[in-house]
Design a protein around this ligand. Sequence first.
Ligand SMILES: Cc1cc2nc3c(=O)[nH]c(=O)nc-3n(C[C@H](O)[C@H](O)[C@H](O)COP(=O)(O)O)c2cc1C
Ligand SMILES: CC(C)CC(=O)C(=O)O
Length: 377
Amino acid sequence: MATADDAPTVPGQALGGPGAPRQRRESDPATAAPEHLDLAALEAEAAALLPPAVADFYAGGAESETTLAEAPAAWRTWRLRPRVLTGLSAVRLRTSLLGSDVATPIGIAPWAYQALAHPDGERGSARAAAASGALLTVSTSASAPLAEVAATEPGAPKWFQLYRQHSPAHTDDLARRAGQAGYRALVLTVDLPVLGRRLRDVASGFALPADLPPGNLPTESAVEAESPVWTVDDIARFGDLSGLPVVTKGVLRGDDAARCVQAGAAAVWVSTHGGRQADPAVASAHALPEVVDAVGDDAEVYVDGGLRSGSDVFTALALGADAVFVGRPAIWGLATGGADGVSRVLDGLTAQLAHTMLLCGVPDVRSVPRDAVTPAR
Ligand SMILES: Cc1cc2nc3c(=O)[nH]c(=O)nc-3n(C[C@H](O)[C@H](O)[C@H](O)COP(=O)(O)O)c2cc1C
Ligand SMILES: CC(C)CC(=O)C(=O)O
Protein backbone atom coordinates (compact mmCIF):
# COMPACT_ATOMS: atom_id res chain seq x y z
CA MET A 1 0.00 0.00 0.00
CA ALA A 2 2.53 2.53 1.09
CA THR A 3 4.50 2.20 -2.10
CA ALA A 4 1.60 2.56 -4.51
CA ASP A 5 1.93 5.48 -6.90
CA ASP A 6 -0.02 8.43 -5.67
CA ALA A 7 -2.53 6.19 -4.00
CA PRO A 8 -3.92 7.65 -0.83
CA THR A 9 -2.88 6.09 2.43
CA VAL A 10 -5.97 5.72 4.54
CA PRO A 11 -5.40 4.83 8.19
CA GLY A 12 -8.35 2.47 8.58
CA GLN A 13 -7.37 0.35 5.60
CA ALA A 14 -3.72 0.80 4.97
CA LEU A 15 -2.44 0.82 8.50
CA GLY A 16 -4.35 -2.09 9.91
CA GLY A 17 -7.13 -0.19 11.63
CA PRO A 18 -10.48 -1.70 12.47
CA GLY A 19 -11.59 -4.05 9.76
CA ALA A 20 -8.23 -4.30 8.05
CA PRO A 21 -7.49 -7.75 6.65
CA ARG A 22 -4.88 -9.63 8.65
CA GLN A 23 -3.00 -12.01 6.42
CA ARG A 24 0.07 -12.72 8.51
CA ARG A 25 0.74 -13.86 12.07
CA GLU A 26 1.33 -10.98 14.42
CA SER A 27 3.62 -12.91 16.75
CA ASP A 28 6.27 -13.60 14.14
CA PRO A 29 8.20 -10.43 13.29
CA ALA A 30 9.51 -11.91 10.09
CA THR A 31 6.03 -12.54 8.73
CA ALA A 32 4.06 -9.77 10.42
CA ALA A 33 2.10 -7.25 8.40
CA PRO A 34 4.16 -4.10 7.72
CA GLU A 35 2.48 -2.03 10.40
CA HIS A 36 3.52 -4.65 12.93
CA LEU A 37 7.18 -4.60 12.05
CA ASP A 38 9.13 -5.26 15.24
CA LEU A 39 12.76 -4.44 14.46
CA ALA A 40 14.04 -5.34 17.93
CA ALA A 41 12.58 -8.83 17.58
CA LEU A 42 13.93 -9.12 14.04
CA GLU A 43 17.40 -8.11 15.25
CA ALA A 44 17.31 -10.81 17.93
CA GLU A 45 16.08 -13.37 15.43
CA ALA A 46 18.87 -12.51 12.99
CA ALA A 47 21.50 -12.74 15.75
CA ALA A 48 20.25 -16.18 16.72
CA LEU A 49 20.36 -17.45 13.12
CA LEU A 50 23.82 -16.19 12.16
CA PRO A 51 27.17 -17.62 13.26
CA PRO A 52 28.23 -15.52 16.29
CA ALA A 53 31.26 -13.93 14.59
CA VAL A 54 29.16 -12.89 11.59
CA ALA A 55 26.41 -11.52 13.83
CA ASP A 56 29.03 -9.49 15.69
CA PHE A 57 30.58 -8.22 12.45
CA TYR A 58 27.18 -6.90 11.35
CA ALA A 59 26.16 -5.54 14.74
CA GLY A 60 29.44 -4.06 15.87
CA GLY A 61 30.94 -0.59 15.81
CA ALA A 62 34.38 0.89 16.35
CA GLU A 63 36.30 1.56 19.56
CA SER A 64 33.96 2.09 22.52
CA GLU A 65 30.86 1.82 20.27
CA THR A 66 29.67 5.16 21.62
CA THR A 67 28.53 6.38 18.21
CA LEU A 68 26.82 3.08 17.53
CA ALA A 69 24.91 3.23 20.80
CA GLU A 70 23.96 6.89 20.52
CA ALA A 71 22.70 6.80 16.94
CA PRO A 72 19.08 5.69 17.53
CA ALA A 73 18.82 7.73 20.74
CA ALA A 74 19.93 10.87 18.88
CA TRP A 75 16.85 10.75 16.64
CA ARG A 76 14.73 10.55 19.78
CA THR A 77 16.16 13.82 21.06
CA TRP A 78 13.68 15.42 18.67
CA ARG A 79 9.95 15.59 19.26
CA LEU A 80 7.08 15.78 16.80
CA ARG A 81 4.89 18.89 16.58
CA PRO A 82 1.68 17.49 15.08
CA ARG A 83 -0.48 19.87 13.09
CA VAL A 84 -4.18 19.13 13.66
CA LEU A 85 -7.45 19.99 11.95
CA THR A 86 -5.81 19.68 8.52
CA GLY A 87 -8.42 17.40 6.99
CA LEU A 88 -5.53 15.21 5.81
CA SER A 89 -6.51 11.65 4.95
CA ALA A 90 -3.84 10.65 2.42
CA VAL A 91 -0.11 11.14 2.13
CA ARG A 92 2.35 11.09 -0.74
CA LEU A 93 5.43 8.91 -0.25
CA ARG A 94 6.80 8.98 -3.77
CA THR A 95 9.79 11.17 -4.48
CA SER A 96 12.70 11.60 -6.86
CA LEU A 97 16.36 11.10 -5.95
CA LEU A 98 18.93 12.42 -8.43
CA GLY A 99 16.23 12.10 -11.06
CA SER A 100 15.20 8.52 -10.22
CA ASP A 101 11.62 7.98 -9.21
CA VAL A 102 11.14 6.00 -6.00
CA ALA A 103 8.01 4.98 -4.13
CA THR A 104 9.54 5.65 -0.72
CA PRO A 105 12.27 7.95 0.63
CA ILE A 106 13.71 4.98 2.59
CA GLY A 107 16.53 3.25 0.72
CA ILE A 108 19.00 0.46 1.43
CA ALA A 109 22.50 1.59 2.48
CA PRO A 110 25.49 -0.27 1.00
CA TRP A 111 26.58 -3.16 3.16
CA ALA A 112 29.27 -5.69 2.45
CA TYR A 113 29.26 -9.47 2.00
CA GLN A 114 25.53 -10.08 1.88
CA ALA A 115 25.96 -13.76 1.04
CA LEU A 116 27.14 -14.20 4.63
CA ALA A 117 23.63 -13.27 5.79
CA HIS A 118 21.53 -15.26 3.32
CA PRO A 119 21.99 -17.13 0.05
CA ASP A 120 19.80 -14.50 -1.68
CA GLY A 121 22.66 -12.03 -1.05
CA GLU A 122 22.78 -8.81 -3.06
CA ARG A 123 20.42 -10.16 -5.71
CA GLY A 124 17.86 -10.62 -2.94
CA SER A 125 18.32 -7.03 -1.85
CA ALA A 126 17.83 -5.96 -5.47
CA ARG A 127 14.58 -7.92 -5.73
CA ALA A 128 13.39 -6.46 -2.44
CA ALA A 129 14.22 -2.89 -3.41
CA ALA A 130 12.38 -3.32 -6.70
CA ALA A 131 9.34 -4.84 -4.97
CA SER A 132 9.21 -2.00 -2.45
CA GLY A 133 10.01 0.75 -4.94
CA ALA A 134 13.07 1.68 -2.90
CA LEU A 135 16.53 2.76 -3.95
CA LEU A 136 19.32 0.18 -3.53
CA THR A 137 22.97 1.09 -2.98
CA VAL A 138 25.32 -1.77 -3.86
CA SER A 139 28.66 -2.04 -2.06
CA THR A 140 32.02 -2.46 -3.78
CA SER A 141 32.48 -5.26 -1.24
CA ALA A 142 29.40 -7.10 -2.48
CA SER A 143 29.52 -10.86 -2.71
CA ALA A 144 28.09 -10.69 -6.24
CA PRO A 145 29.58 -8.94 -9.29
CA LEU A 146 28.24 -5.43 -9.83
CA ALA A 147 26.89 -6.27 -13.30
CA GLU A 148 24.90 -9.22 -11.96
CA VAL A 149 23.27 -7.13 -9.27
CA ALA A 150 22.52 -4.40 -11.83
CA ALA A 151 20.89 -7.01 -14.08
CA THR A 152 18.58 -8.14 -11.27
CA GLU A 153 15.40 -6.09 -11.72
CA PRO A 154 17.24 -3.88 -14.23
CA GLY A 155 14.46 -1.29 -14.35
CA ALA A 156 14.72 -0.53 -10.65
CA PRO A 157 17.08 2.31 -9.68
CA LYS A 158 20.39 1.33 -8.10
CA TRP A 159 23.50 3.23 -7.08
CA PHE A 160 27.00 1.81 -6.84
CA GLN A 161 29.16 2.52 -3.79
CA LEU A 162 32.85 2.78 -4.61
CA TYR A 163 35.80 2.05 -2.34
CA ARG A 164 39.21 2.92 -3.67
CA GLN A 165 41.25 -0.17 -4.41
CA HIS A 166 44.96 -0.87 -4.09
CA SER A 167 45.26 -0.71 -7.84
CA PRO A 168 44.18 2.62 -9.37
CA ALA A 169 43.35 0.78 -12.57
CA HIS A 170 40.96 -1.46 -10.66
CA THR A 171 39.24 1.52 -9.02
CA ASP A 172 38.87 3.26 -12.38
CA ASP A 173 37.58 0.08 -13.95
CA LEU A 174 34.91 -0.34 -11.24
CA ALA A 175 33.73 3.24 -11.78
CA ARG A 176 33.52 2.79 -15.55
CA ARG A 177 31.75 -0.56 -15.24
CA ALA A 178 29.24 0.90 -12.77
CA GLY A 179 28.28 3.49 -15.36
CA GLN A 180 28.06 0.90 -18.13
CA ALA A 181 26.04 -1.53 -16.01
CA GLY A 182 23.20 0.93 -15.52
CA TYR A 183 23.79 2.23 -12.01
CA ARG A 184 22.40 5.72 -11.71
CA ALA A 185 24.87 7.30 -9.28
CA LEU A 186 28.31 6.64 -7.88
CA VAL A 187 28.58 6.84 -4.08
CA LEU A 188 32.12 7.58 -2.87
CA THR A 189 32.43 6.46 0.75
CA VAL A 190 34.76 9.07 2.18
CA ASP A 191 34.78 8.15 5.86
CA LEU A 192 37.09 5.16 5.57
CA PRO A 193 40.63 6.50 5.09
CA VAL A 194 41.56 3.56 7.31
CA LEU A 195 39.32 0.85 8.67
CA GLY A 196 37.83 1.65 12.08
CA ARG A 197 39.14 -0.38 15.01
CA ARG A 198 36.37 -2.90 15.49
CA LEU A 199 37.10 -4.69 18.70
CA ARG A 200 34.36 -7.28 18.36
CA ASP A 201 36.00 -8.53 15.16
CA VAL A 202 39.37 -8.68 16.88
CA ALA A 203 37.86 -10.64 19.77
CA SER A 204 35.96 -13.07 17.54
CA GLY A 205 38.77 -13.48 15.04
CA PHE A 206 36.28 -12.64 12.30
CA ALA A 207 37.55 -13.66 8.88
CA LEU A 208 35.82 -14.01 5.56
CA PRO A 209 35.16 -17.63 4.67
CA ALA A 210 37.36 -18.92 1.88
CA ASP A 211 34.34 -19.85 -0.24
CA LEU A 212 32.69 -16.40 -0.12
CA PRO A 213 32.23 -15.26 -3.73
CA PRO A 214 34.71 -12.43 -4.43
CA GLY A 215 32.16 -10.18 -6.11
CA ASN A 216 34.04 -7.15 -7.37
CA LEU A 217 37.35 -7.70 -5.66
CA PRO A 218 40.36 -9.30 -7.27
CA THR A 219 41.91 -10.66 -4.08
CA GLU A 220 40.82 -13.13 -1.46
CA SER A 221 41.02 -10.58 1.36
CA ALA A 222 38.57 -7.81 0.59
CA VAL A 223 39.23 -5.64 3.62
CA GLU A 224 42.97 -5.67 3.13
CA ALA A 225 42.56 -4.98 -0.56
CA GLU A 226 41.44 -1.46 0.20
CA SER A 227 43.68 1.54 0.17
CA PRO A 228 40.90 3.91 0.78
CA VAL A 229 41.97 7.54 0.70
CA TRP A 230 39.96 9.93 -1.48
CA THR A 231 40.61 13.62 -2.16
CA VAL A 232 38.12 16.26 -3.18
CA ASP A 233 39.42 16.16 -6.77
CA ASP A 234 38.18 12.59 -7.05
CA ILE A 235 34.60 13.83 -7.11
CA ALA A 236 34.94 15.31 -10.59
CA ARG A 237 37.34 12.63 -11.77
CA PHE A 238 35.10 9.70 -10.88
CA GLY A 239 32.04 11.53 -12.11
CA ASP A 240 33.73 11.83 -15.51
CA LEU A 241 34.97 8.23 -15.52
CA SER A 242 31.62 6.75 -14.65
CA GLY A 243 29.41 9.29 -16.37
CA LEU A 244 27.31 9.32 -13.19
CA PRO A 245 26.33 11.89 -10.60
CA VAL A 246 28.55 11.56 -7.54
CA VAL A 247 27.37 11.25 -3.94
CA THR A 248 29.85 11.62 -1.07
CA LYS A 249 28.91 9.31 1.81
CA GLY A 250 30.22 9.81 5.32
CA VAL A 251 30.12 13.60 5.64
CA LEU A 252 29.47 14.98 9.15
CA ARG A 253 30.47 18.65 8.82
CA GLY A 254 28.95 21.60 7.03
CA ASP A 255 32.32 22.81 5.71
CA ASP A 256 33.09 19.40 4.21
CA ALA A 257 29.63 19.25 2.67
CA ALA A 258 30.17 22.65 1.05
CA ARG A 259 33.54 21.51 -0.33
CA CYS A 260 31.95 18.40 -1.81
CA VAL A 261 29.23 20.37 -3.54
CA GLN A 262 31.69 22.95 -4.80
CA ALA A 263 33.76 20.12 -6.26
CA GLY A 264 30.75 18.82 -8.15
CA ALA A 265 28.98 16.36 -5.84
CA ALA A 266 25.32 16.02 -6.72
CA ALA A 267 24.46 14.90 -3.20
CA VAL A 268 25.96 14.61 0.25
CA TRP A 269 25.20 11.62 2.49
CA VAL A 270 25.46 12.27 6.23
CA SER A 271 26.70 9.10 7.92
CA THR A 272 28.88 7.72 10.69
CA HIS A 273 29.18 4.46 8.74
CA GLY A 274 26.93 2.83 11.30
CA GLY A 275 29.33 3.78 14.12
CA ARG A 276 32.05 1.64 12.50
CA GLN A 277 34.62 4.35 11.74
CA ALA A 278 35.51 7.42 13.88
CA ASP A 279 34.30 6.93 17.44
CA PRO A 280 32.97 8.76 19.35
CA ALA A 281 31.71 10.73 16.35
CA VAL A 282 28.82 13.16 16.33
CA ALA A 283 25.50 11.40 15.67
CA SER A 284 24.01 11.74 12.19
CA ALA A 285 20.87 13.23 13.73
CA HIS A 286 22.96 16.04 15.21
CA ALA A 287 25.19 16.59 12.16
CA LEU A 288 22.33 16.69 9.66
CA PRO A 289 21.06 20.27 10.28
CA GLU A 290 24.56 21.75 9.84
CA VAL A 291 25.03 19.88 6.55
CA VAL A 292 21.58 20.86 5.29
CA ASP A 293 22.33 24.51 6.04
CA ALA A 294 25.71 24.36 4.29
CA VAL A 295 24.34 22.66 1.16
CA GLY A 296 21.17 24.73 0.74
CA ASP A 297 19.47 24.00 -2.56
CA ASP A 298 22.73 23.22 -4.34
CA ALA A 299 22.60 19.44 -3.86
CA GLU A 300 20.50 16.68 -2.34
CA VAL A 301 21.18 15.53 1.23
CA TYR A 302 20.69 12.01 2.59
CA VAL A 303 21.27 10.54 6.01
CA ASP A 304 21.70 7.15 7.64
CA GLY A 305 22.54 5.74 11.06
CA GLY A 306 20.25 4.40 13.74
CA LEU A 307 16.98 5.04 11.91
CA ARG A 308 14.65 2.45 13.38
CA SER A 309 11.10 3.75 13.04
CA GLY A 310 8.82 5.84 10.84
CA SER A 311 9.03 8.72 13.30
CA ASP A 312 12.86 8.64 13.10
CA VAL A 313 12.55 8.87 9.31
CA PHE A 314 10.01 11.68 9.62
CA THR A 315 12.42 13.58 11.90
CA ALA A 316 15.23 13.20 9.36
CA LEU A 317 13.01 14.52 6.56
CA ALA A 318 11.90 17.44 8.74
CA LEU A 319 15.54 18.29 9.43
CA GLY A 320 16.08 18.59 5.68
CA ALA A 321 17.08 15.16 4.38
CA ASP A 322 15.76 14.30 0.92
CA ALA A 323 16.01 10.59 1.70
CA VAL A 324 17.21 8.20 4.40
CA PHE A 325 18.95 4.84 4.21
CA VAL A 326 18.97 1.85 6.51
CA GLY A 327 21.82 -0.58 7.00
CA ARG A 328 21.28 -3.03 9.83
CA PRO A 329 17.47 -3.22 9.52
CA ALA A 330 18.02 -4.42 5.94
CA ILE A 331 20.61 -6.91 7.21
CA TRP A 332 18.13 -8.31 9.75
CA GLY A 333 15.49 -8.57 7.04
CA LEU A 334 17.80 -10.44 4.67
CA ALA A 335 19.17 -12.73 7.37
CA THR A 336 15.71 -13.75 8.58
CA GLY A 337 13.72 -13.79 5.38
CA GLY A 338 15.90 -13.29 2.30
CA ALA A 339 14.50 -10.88 -0.28
CA ASP A 340 11.01 -11.05 1.25
CA GLY A 341 12.44 -10.19 4.64
CA VAL A 342 14.11 -7.05 3.28
CA SER A 343 10.88 -5.99 1.60
CA ARG A 344 8.97 -6.43 4.83
CA VAL A 345 11.41 -4.12 6.60
CA LEU A 346 11.19 -1.47 3.87
CA ASP A 347 7.40 -1.70 3.63
CA GLY A 348 7.02 -1.71 7.40
CA LEU A 349 9.15 1.40 7.88
CA THR A 350 7.38 3.11 4.99
CA ALA A 351 3.99 2.28 6.50
CA GLN A 352 5.18 3.71 9.81
CA LEU A 353 6.34 6.87 8.05
CA ALA A 354 2.92 7.25 6.40
CA HIS A 355 1.29 6.77 9.78
CA THR A 356 3.47 9.48 11.38
CA MET A 357 2.73 11.85 8.50
CA LEU A 358 -1.00 11.36 8.98
CA LEU A 359 -0.68 11.93 12.72
CA CYS A 360 1.34 15.11 12.13
CA GLY A 361 -0.77 16.53 9.30
CA VAL A 362 2.04 16.42 6.74
CA PRO A 363 0.87 15.42 3.25
CA ASP A 364 4.08 14.97 1.25
CA VAL A 365 7.51 13.44 1.95
CA ARG A 366 9.06 16.05 -0.36
CA SER A 367 8.09 18.91 1.91
CA VAL A 368 8.12 17.89 5.56
CA PRO A 369 8.39 21.28 7.29
CA ARG A 370 11.31 22.05 9.57
CA ASP A 371 8.92 23.12 12.30
CA ALA A 372 7.31 19.67 12.36
CA VAL A 373 9.98 18.73 14.95
CA THR A 374 11.47 20.48 17.95
CA PRO A 375 14.25 19.52 20.38
CA ALA A 376 13.05 17.48 23.34
CA ARG A 377 13.15 19.44 26.56
C1 LIG B 1 27.90 -4.97 8.20
C2 LIG B 1 28.02 -3.63 7.58
C3 LIG B 1 28.69 -3.49 6.39
C4 LIG B 1 28.80 -2.24 5.79
N1 LIG B 1 29.43 -2.15 4.59
C5 LIG B 1 29.51 -0.95 3.99
C6 LIG B 1 30.11 -0.84 2.71
O1 LIG B 1 30.53 -1.82 2.12
N2 LIG B 1 30.18 0.40 2.17
C7 LIG B 1 29.71 1.53 2.79
O2 LIG B 1 29.80 2.63 2.26
N3 LIG B 1 29.12 1.43 4.00
C8 LIG B 1 29.00 0.23 4.60
N4 LIG B 1 28.36 0.14 5.80
C9 LIG B 1 27.74 1.34 6.40
C10 LIG B 1 26.29 1.49 5.92
O3 LIG B 1 26.24 1.85 4.56
C11 LIG B 1 25.51 2.55 6.69
O4 LIG B 1 26.22 3.76 6.67
C12 LIG B 1 25.18 2.18 8.13
O5 LIG B 1 24.97 0.79 8.27
C13 LIG B 1 23.91 2.93 8.58
O6 LIG B 1 23.63 2.73 9.92
P1 LIG B 1 22.55 1.66 10.44
O7 LIG B 1 23.16 0.31 10.28
O8 LIG B 1 22.37 2.06 11.86
O9 LIG B 1 21.28 1.82 9.65
C14 LIG B 1 28.23 -1.10 6.42
C15 LIG B 1 27.54 -1.25 7.61
C16 LIG B 1 27.43 -2.49 8.20
C17 LIG B 1 26.66 -2.60 9.48
C1 LIG C 1 34.76 -4.16 3.46
C2 LIG C 1 34.38 -3.31 4.64
C3 LIG C 1 35.26 -2.12 4.78
C4 LIG C 1 32.93 -2.97 4.53
C5 LIG C 1 32.46 -1.89 5.44
O1 LIG C 1 32.27 -0.78 5.04
C6 LIG C 1 32.19 -2.16 6.81
O2 LIG C 1 32.37 -3.29 7.28
O3 LIG C 1 31.78 -1.22 7.52
